[in-house]
Design a protein around this ligand. Structure first.
Ligand SMILES: [Fe+2]
Ligand SMILES: [Fe+2]
Length: 167
């Protein structure tokens, strides 16, 4: 995100900017997941991507509610971090021929995205609380828990089969 933008003067500006950054990121994730669903061979992985796509759509709606509660327009700002993570995922996907190795690569990419989201939502929930918006903080924490659960599910899948198959 453009952290050095002169438009960010207060903690509130920073909160709104970071909210817009993750709003953009969630949209990019909904564009990336269908490709990963179609390429996944492991049925558990495919199912995890499918359910997280639906969850991500709900997270976008939840973010719109946070914007509304905070009294600002719901819009995205380019997030270089997610663009980089998606670009890296796509390049590794295009270079990997073997199905099991491809699954392991996509799983690793998806976990990198979850970790990014966990860090962003953790920060946003803390800032919302600090800025006196417990209602926004509650919604942000709901999404934070979904991202953590998804990360945990991906770890289980990795430990269960994907990494073993690729070995
Ligand atoms: Fe998300
Ligand atoms: Fe996520």
């Amino acid at each position: 995100m453009g952290l050095f933008s002169k438009d960010i003067k207060t903690k509130d500006d920073l909160f709104v900017h970071t909210l817009r950054d993750i709003y953009y990121a969630e949209h990019q994730i909904t564009k990336a997941l269908p490709k990963m669903i179609s390429k996944a061979s492991n049925p558990q992985l495919k199912q995890a991507f499918e359910s997280h796509l639906r969850e991500t759509e709900g997270q976008i709606v939840r973010l719109e509610e946070v914007f509304r509660l905070h009294g600002v327009e719901a819009k995205g700002v380019t997030c270089d971090a997610i663009d980089g993570l998606v670009k890296e995922a796509e390049s590794v996907m295009s270079e990997t021929g073997d199905n099991d190795v491809l699954d392991a690569a996509m799983l690793a990419s998806a976990q990198a995205v979850e970790h990014y989201e966990i860090s962003r939502y953790g920060t946003l929930a803390a800032w919302a609380e600090e800025l006196g918006h417990p209602d926004c903080a509650r919604l942000l924490r709901e999404t934070l828990e979904e991202e953590k659960a998804t990360d945990g599910k991906l770890t289980q899948i990795a430990q269960g089969s994907v990494n073993r198959q690729a070995a």
